[in-house]
Design a protein around this ligand. Structure first.
Ligand SMILES: *Cc1c(COP(=O)(O)O)cnc(C)c1O
Length: 379
């Protein structure tokens, strides 16, 4: 089955009870047993729920994995991965990281004795300098948030395999429509399904997909033991969202390109971060591991003025000023004061998150309206 078909049919079967084409929302916490242990595969909804299982199979299918797991949020999914580790273990992570991931690593797990190294991975060979006998995990985000750096997943996976270290890729920005990290050698794919997979800004959810059975068993154990699962209603909504992932992504990419090119031509704009430009430092890697360049575009204004950036995001009318990304509607964010406010100014500026940086999640509206909106807001 090819990708577009998988988004609709992958891992799915019609409901055995009445043949309903979409799985029913099994809004139940528990399941009747005829005798202790005599059940139909479901005992309690933290452990299993038929609607969630249908979604987990879809996750596995679209990421070319064997096992999918759904969580109550993207961070809950990341939390489950870190729970594979022990005190004393080390993690090498990208430095330009979703702010909440950075906060989870540094404010919670460092206190549990796990050591994190945050490094630029645009040159994958640099990772090896940070690998010690205690390194158990490499954590990669690509394209990165919000600087759109692109990391060569295949090159990182070679280093991970050579050193017997797990490689996890946060695939939230790209989605499997654009890149499939398991095919590039990753062990774990993670999503904030809140974003493109759900696609309609109406659910918070996380996902993991793996191929290896032992790894899947460990993660299922953590999912059930820690309990950060999502409910059946949300599972239904994300399953529905995934069915249009391919056509939404196609439009996100077209509009993303149009917006990036418009901004690059604007006299008040200093720099536009979008991996589709030939001038992007990792454009060749992006071209080889991604099918297109996505709908996320960041830019800075000349003079790097904080107040001017705030004014631009306030002036936007079709782009909504909001955290999050990946929905059908266009959103704009100011990382320094919003998503990345939890990262110290000195740290964030090292990775390029300067005061005038604005991040756009380009939606699937008409391209002309989006460009007109940017034109009036930037002036
Ligand atoms: C939003 C996001 C997360 C966190 O996911 P939640 O669903 O908000 O918990 C992690 N990584 C990336 C890249 C994100 O955009």
């Amino acid at each position: 089955m090819k990708f577009n078909t998988k988004t609709i049919h992958g891992g799915q079967e019609h409901d055995p009870a009445y043949g309903s084409v979409m799985p029913p929302i099994y809004q139940t916490s528990t399941y009747a047993q005829s005798t202790p242990g005599g059940h139909k595969g479901y005992e309690y909804s933290r452990t299993h729920n038929p609607t969630r299982n249908a979604l987990e199979k879809s996750f596995a299918s679209i990421e070319n994995g064997n096992y999918g797991l759904a969580f109550g949020s993207g961070l809950a999914a990341i939390d489950a991965v870190i729970k594979l580790l022990q005190p004393g273990d080390e993690v090498v992570s990208t430095n330009d990281l979703y702010g909440g991931t950075y906060r989870l690593f540094t404010k919670i797990y460092e206190d549990f004795g796990i050591k994190f190294h945050f490094i630029g991975m645009e040159n994958a060979n640099k990772i090896e300098e940070y690998i010690t006998p205690d390194t158990k995990l490499i954590w990669v985000e690509t394209p990165t948030n919000p600087m759109m750096n692109v990391i060569d997943v295949k090159a990182v996976s070679k280093i991970a395999q050579k050193n017997n270290v797990l490689l996890a890729v946060d695939n939230t920005f790209a989605t499997p429509y654009l890149q499939q990290p398991l095919d590039l050698g990753a062990d774990i794919v993670m999503h904030s399904a809140t974003k493109y997979l759900g696609g309609h800004s109406d659910v918070v959810m996380g996902a993991l997909v793996v191929r290896d059975k032992d790894l899947a068993d460990k993660l299922y154990f953590i999912q059930n033991a820690s309990g950060a699962v999502c409910g059946p209603q949300d599972s239904f909504l994300v399953l529905r969202g995934i069915k249009t992932l391919h056509i939404r992504m196609q439009r996100h990419c077209e509009n993303g390109r149009a917006v990036a090119e418009y901004l690059a031509s604007h006299p008040k704009i200093e720099k536009v971060y979008w991996p589709g430009f030939e001038s992007h430092p990792n454009h060749e890697v992006a071209k080889s591991q991604m099918n297109d360049f996505g709908g996320m575009v960041s830019f800075t204004t000349k003079g790097n003025n904080y107040d001017e950036a705030i004014k631009i995001v306030e002036n936007l009318k079709i782009f909504t000023l909001a955290e999050s990304l990946g929905g059908v509607e266009s959103l704009a964010g100011h990382p320094a004061s919003m998503t990345h406010a939890s990262i110290p100014k000195e740290e964030r500026e090292k990775t390029g998150v300067v005061d005038s940086l604005i991040r756009l999640s380009v939606g699937i509206e008409d391209e002309e309206d989006l460009i007109e909106d940017l034109k009036q807001a930037i002036g």
